[in-house]
Write a protein that binds this ligand. Structure first.
Ligand SMILES: Cc1cc2nc3c(=O)[nH]c(=O)nc-3n(C[C@H](O)[C@H](O)[C@H](O)COP(=O)(O)OP(=O)(O)OC[C@H]3O[C@@H](n4cnc5c(N)ncnc54)[C@H](O)[C@@H]3O)c2cc1C
Length: 397
């Protein structure tokens, strides 16, 4: 077979399996999370990834481990609660990868959200976090000291609260490493070409006649999710989705803090420290195909405009952009504004009582662990767990 065995840590499983309990398609945060959760239960697990681990959306996010303050506006309270809970879990199990960070919200005369609204939102955020999410309004005389380069023209208020951040690709690789340590096998550069339903599960084909048989399948292909479903015979059901590209630009100056900025159209845009430079994102643009996502010129100008408004003294022209990248998220394809559509993960099963195929639509980096546990739980009627109890919230990354 032609593939690469993922081994950033010594591999202890059975090499080159051609039969497995669980076959996971996709080496993003969700696929790696499911592989880890299933391997923790003692199942035989094979994860296949067409590129490298975290080569899809899971290395192209805003890299925040957060409840999502902005989701309060669209009343996604359940998602915020779960994400805040998971933020705590990740701070505990991955202290070297997930850091607590101060975030600042500047409110200008032109901002659409007045200070009272920000205060109300932060109070609600604190309440949902169980009281442990203090915030305060920075006194005017401290603005310069806290955010030296931030434009003070028309600035009415600055709020400080805390959330968390990570390196998304490093987090994903750490979860993959944990899955391997627990006995999962991970193949990279291995693209699923076709999938056939057989009497007791699935036969998955990787081209050149190479196949693996699996009792159950997990489709964690991120924005390629419906393309993978298309490979299945007989045809599998799918959900209607929108593919929404989000871009980031990297600028040369070191950024002193996480700033929750507002664009002219009222959207939230983050200005963040990233590897000694400044990262600004994100956008929301409808795309038809995933392909190789790249930011377009309009997205770059949009982000630079937000940056320039907040940091007028810093270099912010197109030629100052050091790098840029884009990722694609999966949202429900039910029309309306992207902002209003749920960011909650949706799980589609081929059979509600005894699923043999679970497909993961959308979701958040922050809540990957809960999603993975839910997927393994859904698959349980068709599998026998060698280990009844396994709790990934206790496995250090
Ligand atoms: C711009 C942007 C910003 C975001 N910011 C945040 C944030 O700050 N915080 C947060 O919590 N969430 C954030 N998210 C959401 C989060 O990044 C995603 O939910 C998450 O990364 C999706 O992971 P995934 O594993 O589902 O998909 P992916 O990471 O895309 O993984 C899917 C994998 O499947 C592989 N694949 C596809 N087809 C095949 C095939 N046929 N055979 C083998 N492999 C295949 C792909 O190569 C890919 O690696 C953001 C999303 C976007 C787009």
């Amino acid at each position: 077979m032609s593939f690469a065995l993922y081994a950033s840590i010594p591999y202890t499983g059975i090499m080159n399996m051609n039969e497995t309990d669980v076959l996971v398609i996709g080496g993003g945060i969700h696929g790696c999370g499911v592989a880890q959760a299933a391997a923790a239960r003692g199942l035989r697990v094979l994860l296949v990834e067409q590129g490298e681990i975290a080569s899809g959306t899971s290395s192209r996010s805003s890299k925040l481990i957060h409840g999502g303050l902005r989701y309060l506006e669209t009343m996604q309270f359940g998602l915020v609660r779960e994400a805040l809970h998971e933020r705590e879990t990740l701070l505990r199990i991955a202290p070297e990868l997930v850091r607590r960070e101060h975030f600042y919200i500047p409110v200008y005369r032109t901002s659409s959200r007045p200070p009272w609204k920000i205060t109300a939102g932060l109070m609600l955020y604190r309440f949902i976090a169980g009281g442990d999410n203090d915030f305060h309004r920075i006194p005017r005389h401290q603005w310069k000291q806290v955010l030296p380069d931030l434009s003070r023209e028309g600035l009415r208020a600055v709020f400080q609260y805390w959330d968390a951040a990570t390196d998304d690709a490093a987090l994903t690789r750490a979860v993959a490493d944990s899955a391997v340590e627990l006995g999962a096998e991970v193949w990279t550069k291995c693209r699923v070409q076709s999938i056939r339903q057989i009497e007791h599960g699935w036969e998955v084909n990787f081209g050149d006649g190479d196949t693996v048989r699996a009792l159950v399948l997990v489709n964690a292909a991120g924005p390629w999710v419906n393309q993978v479903l298309q490979l299945i015979s007989p045809q599998a059901g799918k959900l209607k989705i929108s593919l929404v590209q989000g871009s980031h630009v990297i600028l040369p100056r070191p950024q002193e803090a996480y700033v929750y900025a507002e664009a002219e159209d009222g959207r939230a845009v983050f200005i963040m420290p990233w590897k000694g430079q400044t990262m600004v994102g994100t956008t929301e643009v409808d795309v038809v195909d995933v392909g190789r996502p790249e930011p377009d010129d309009d997205e770059v100008s949009y982000l630079l405009k937000v940056y320039r408004h907040h940091y007028p003294s810093r270099p912010s022209s197109e030629k100052d952009v050091v790098a840029c990248f884009a990722g694609v998220r999966v949202l429900p394809g039910d029309g309306g504004s992207f902002t209003g559509r749920t960011r909650e993960v949706r799980l589609l099963c081929d059979d509600s009582s005894r699923p043999r195929l679970v497909t993961i639509y959308g979701g958040k980096l922050t809540t990957y662990r809960r999603t993975a546990e839910r997927v393994v739980q859904l698959l349980s009627p068709g599998l026998q767990f060698p280990k009844a109890e396994a709790d990934t919230s206790k496995i250090k990354l």
